[in-house]
Write a protein that binds this ligand. Structure first.
Ligand code: PEP
Length: 243
């Protein structure tokens, strides 16, 4: 199972304390195969990657430019992220899409990240308006079709289904709806990948809501925003998942 923290635009050098504390408790609550990843601000990538190099915790970024170098003031490329020691990158998060990022551009970013040997956490999901209009499947299809266009190997891609209306709201999908959506996402992949594609869920995962997700066997893990900035909450999520 993947337990991935998304720190968003929070954290500074002193936040190493939180990760050190999580690191000291992690073996007691995880299984050997579990992957623990923290996607942190660019400023912390190198420091955290070096500190946790020999631990169960891997480090990731939260976005990247689609080109490797160039006159793009203020941006950071996947090649630069790789150079910090980070291994993962979140792409297509709704908070980036909200600022105007489109599927076509995200596709170029995904290609660049894969070329630079990063594993991509590709976020897809519908807004509340799209859900109310019963457009969820249409939106997801487009995000998968365009976002993953011409990407033959999905080995280094984790699909994170994040209904936008669930992010930071405390509201989670009905289990039957979530099961249907996960099955739908799988159906968008070719026969070869249908049973290999890794799909995680994100949106208001916390120590209480996690128990709801325990029985969905097709979920390969969780992207955890707000609750990943607290050692207690993050550890309790994993503990309660395996209860
Ligand atoms: C996220 O930002 O990816 C997320 C899932 O946030 P939260 O857990 O706070 O809903």
């Amino acid at each position: 199972m993947y337990f991935i923290g998304n720190w968003k635009m929070y954290g500074d050098f002193s936040s190493i304390k939180i990760l050190k504390s999580i690191n000291s408790s992690i073996n007691a609550v995880t299984k050997k195969k579990d992957k623990i990843i923290f996607c942190v601000p660019y400023t912390l990538l190198n420091f955290f990657s070096l500190k946790f190099k020999k631990s169960k915790i891997a480090i990731g970024a939260q976005n990247c430019h689609h080109l490797e170098n160039g006159p793009f003031t203020g941006f950071v490329s996947s090649k630069m992220i790789k150079n910090t020691g980070a291994k993962y990158v979140i792409l297509g998060h709704s908070e980036s899409r909200n600022l105007g990022e489109k599927n076509k551009l995200i596709n170029l970013k995904i290609k660049s990240a894969i070329k630079n040997n990063l594993t991509v956490i590709y976020c897809i999901g519908e807004t509340l308006k799209e859900k109310r209009n019963k457009d969820t499947n249409k939106v997801l299809s487009k995000q998968i079709k365009i976002g993953l266009k011409n990407i033959k190997n999905i080995k280094n891609i984790i699909i994170s289904y994040e209904p936008v209306w669930s992010i930071g709201t405390g509201i989670i999908p009905k289990i039957k709806d979530l099961k249907k959506t996960i099955t739908f996402i799988k159906s968008k992949f070719s026969k070869k990948y249908k049973n290999k594609v890794k799909i995680i869920y994100g949106g208001s995962v916390n120590p209480k809501t996690i128990s709801t997700f325990r029985n969905i066997k097709d979920i390969n893990g969780f992207l955890i925003g707000g609750a990943s900035q607290s050692k207690k909450k993050f550890i309790d999520i994993i503990r309660n998942y395996y209860k």
